[in-house]
Design a protein around this ligand. Structure first.
Ligand code: 5AD
Ligand code: SF4
Length: 511
C-alpha cells in the first residue's frame, strides 16, 4: 500500500507516540505501510504466548531432528491462525491463503493458542523484517508439546527454503510466495500425515487465483493483477523471492471486480510489485491504463487505486486516464530510491534523476492535482555526502506528499551484496534523519496549503472519542474529523480541512 499520510486519531490524542523508533523495521517517516513491498505492521500481536526467546536460530544443532519426531499431525482439528508481515501483497496473499483453508473446512481463529494450524506469512525485504519470523518460531522452542502444525509462507520461506527445517525443526510446511498455487496440494499432504512439505519453485507461470478469498478490510478490496518482478534492482530480493512477472488476464480481473462490487465493495486497490508493468496475457489485451479505466467503469465501484508504479513504465496514458475518470484515485506511489543518478545506476533502477523528474512533471501537468509519494533508500554502498545532498534536492523538486525512507539492508541473492555495506549503521541513521526532517518540512507546508479545502472521504474508522471519525480522501490522505452523525462507517462524505499536521489533516463534516 502506498505510504499513507498516516496519523490517526489516537496519534493526535497522544495515545501512540509518533517517533522514528516507533517505526522499528520500516525506518520510515510515516506510520503506514509502504508499498513497493514495504512493511506492514503485523495486524495481530495478541498471540505472544510462548515466552520471550527470540533467538531460535541454532535450535537443531542442540536438539537434532529426533527431538521433534513426535510431529503433530493435522487430524480432524481444523482451526488456523495466520500472521502476516510485510507489504500489501503479503496481506492479500494471506487473505487468499485463508480463502483456500476456509474452502477446505478450516475455521479461522484469532490466537495461536486456539489454532491447530499456525501460518506465518513472512517478509524478507530488509534484515529486520526477515528476523521477525525466527523470533516468532522461537516462541515454540520451549514447548515441544504444543501440538500445532506450523507453516512458514512468503518471502523468507522462498529465500531460506528447507534451511528453515534445520533452524526450526518443528516447522512442517515451507511454501514460498511464488508457489502458492500449490498450496491445496501441500495442505492435502499435511492432512495425509506428511511431516514436512515444501513448495519452493519460482519458475511457475501461474498466478495465485482462488475460488474464495477471505477479505479482511470491509471497505477496500485488494486484488493482485501482476505477481513477481522482472526488474533487477541491485538491492532487492523480490525478483528472487517472488519470481518473474506473471500478469492475470484482464477478463479474470474484471470478473473478480464485478463480484467484489456485488459483495458491496466500492474501493478496489490493484496490486503488483510493479503494477504498471502489467501485460494482459490475452490476445489484443488491455494496456494497464485501459485496465484502470475498465475497472473504474464497473457499476458500484467508486474508487480505484493501484500500487506500486515503477517509473520506467509510467507513461502519459496513466495520467490521462486519471484525468478523465474521476473514480481513478488521484494518487501515485512512484518510488525514486535516490536523487543521485550515480547511485541510481548502481541500484540498476533504469532511469536517471532527470528522467524521473520528467515523470513527476508529467503527473504535475494533469488537470486535477495528483498526490505523489515515494520510497527512498539511504546508505546504499558507496553513497557520498554529495549523493545525499542530491536526494535532498530531489525532495525539494518533487514535493512529495509522503515518503518512506529506509536504511540500506544487504540482502542474500542480490547484486549489491557484492558491493559490501560501506556506510556504518550510525551514519545511515544520520542520513535517514536528515531525509526525514526535510520531508517533514515539505509535508507541513503542503498540508497547510490544504486547510480550508473540502475532500470526499471514505469513512473507515471511528475514534473512541464520540463524534470523532477517520477516513481517506481519494489522494489517500488521512482526515480525522468531527461529525454529529452516527453510522458513518463505509460512507462517502464531504469533509472540510480545518487543520494540518505533517502526516494528516483534521476537519469537520460538511452537513
Ligand atoms: N534495503 C533497504 N530498503 C529496501 N527496499 C527494498 N530493498 C531494500 C533493501 N535491501 C525498500 C525500497 C522499496 C521499499 C518497499 O523497500 O525503497 O521501494
Ligand atoms: Fe524490487 Fe526493483 Fe522489482 Fe521493486 S522494481 S520489486 S525494488 S526489483
Amino acid at each position: 500500500m502506498p505510504p499513507s499520510f498516516d496519523v490517526r486519531l489516537d496519534d493526535l490524542t497522544g495515545a501512540r507516540a509518533e517517533s522514528r523508533e516507533a517505526a522499528q523495521d520500516s525506518d520510515s517517516i510515516l506510520a503506514g505501510p509502504p508499498s513497493e513491498l514495504g512493511v506492514n505492521k503485523s495486524p495481530t500481536r495478541q498471540n505472544q504466548r510462548y515466552g520471550d526467546d527470540a533467538s531460535p536460530t541454532r535450535q537443531s544443532q542442540h536438539h537434532g531432528d529426533g527431538a521433534w519426531s513426535t510431529h503433530p499431525v493435522l487430524g480432524d482439528e481444523r482451526t488456523f491462525y495466520i500472521e502476516t508481515f510485510g507489504c500489501q501483497m503479503n496481506v492479500h496473499d494471506s487473505e487468499k491463503v485463508a480463502g483456500v483453508l476456509l474452502g477446505r473446512g478450516y475455521q479461522q481463529v484469532e490466537t495461536v493458542d486456539a489454532a491447530k494450524l499456525v501460518f506465518y506469512n513472512t517478509c524478507s525485504i530488509r534484515e529486520k523484517a526477515a528476523q521477525k519470523v525466527f523470533s516468532r518460531l522461537g516462541e515454540f522452542r520451549k514447548h515441544p508439546d504444543h501440538g500445532k502444525v506450523i507453516g512458514v509462507l512468503g518471502c523468507v520461506a522462498q529465500q531460506e527454503g528447507e534451511e528453515i527445517f534445520e533452524r526450526a525443526p518443528w516447522v512442517s510446511l515451507v511454501c514460498g510466495s511464488a508457489s502458492y498455487s500449490k498450496l491445496p496440494t501441500l495442505l492435502a499432504q499435511l492432512e495425509a500425515g506428511n511431516r514436512r512439505v515444501t513448495g519452493l519453485d519460482t519458475d511457475t507461470d501461474e498466478t495465485f487465483e482462488t475460488e474464495m478469498t477471505r477479505r479482511d478490510n470491509p471497505f477496500r478490496a485488494y486484488l493482485t493483477i501482476i505477481e513477481g518482478c522482472d526488474k533487477s534492482c541491485s538491492y532487492c530480493v523480490v525478483p528472487y523471492t517472488r519470481g518473474p512477472e506473471r500478469s492475470r488476464s484482464s477478463a479474470s480481473v474484471l470478473e473478480e471486480v464485478r463480484k467484489l462490487a456485488g459483495a458491496g465493495y466500492s474501493e478496489i486497490q490493484l496490486l503488483g510489485q510493479t503494477v504498471n508493468s502489467y501485460r494482459d496475457p490475452a490476445p489484443r489485451g488491455k494496456t494497464f491504463a485501459e485496465l484502470l479505466v475498465t475497472v473504474a467503469a464497473v457499476p458500484g465501484i467508486r474508487r480505484v487505486r493501484f500500487t506500486t508504479s515503477h517509473p520506467r513504465d509510467f507513461g502519459r496514458d496513466i495520467v490521462e486516464a486519471i484525468d478523465s475518470v474521476p473514480a481513478l484515485c488521484d494518487h501515485v506511489h512512484l518510488p525514486v530510491q535516490s536523487g543521485s543518478t550515480r547511485v541510481l545506476r548502481a541500484m540498476q533502477r533504469t532511469y536517471t534523476r532527470e528522467e524521473y523528474l520528467e515523470k513527476i512533471a508529467l503527473i504535475r501537468s494533469a488537470r486535477r492535482p495528483i498526490s505523489v509519494t515515494s520510497d527512498i533508500i539511504v546508505g546504499f554502498p558507496g553513497e557520498t555526502e554529495q549523493d545525499v545532498a542530491e536526494t535532498l534536492s530531489l525532495l525539494d523538486a518533487a514535493q512529495y506528499d509522503g515518503v518512506f525512507a529506509f536504511q540500506y539492508s544487504p540482502r542474500p541473492n542480490t547484486a549489491s551484496l557484492q558491493m559490501g555495506d560501506s556506510i556504518p549503521e550510525e551514519e545511515k541513521g544520520r542520513r535517514l534523519a536528515i531525509v526525514q526532517d526535510r520531508q517533514r518540512e515539505i509535508q507541513v507546508a503542503r498540508n497547510n496549503e490544504l486547510v480550508g479545502q473540502t475532500f470526499e472521504v471514505l469513512v473507515d474508522g471511528a475514534s473512541r472519542r464520540p463524534g470523532q471519525w477517520t477516513g481517506r480522501s481519494s489522494s489517500n490522505r488521512i482526515l480525522n474529523f468531527s461529525s454529529p452523525r452516527s453510522d458513518l462507517l463505509g460512507q462517502y462524505i464531504q469533509v472540510r480541512a480545518t487543520g494540518a499536521s505533517p502526516n494528516s489533516l483534521v476537519g469537520e463534516q460538511i452537513i
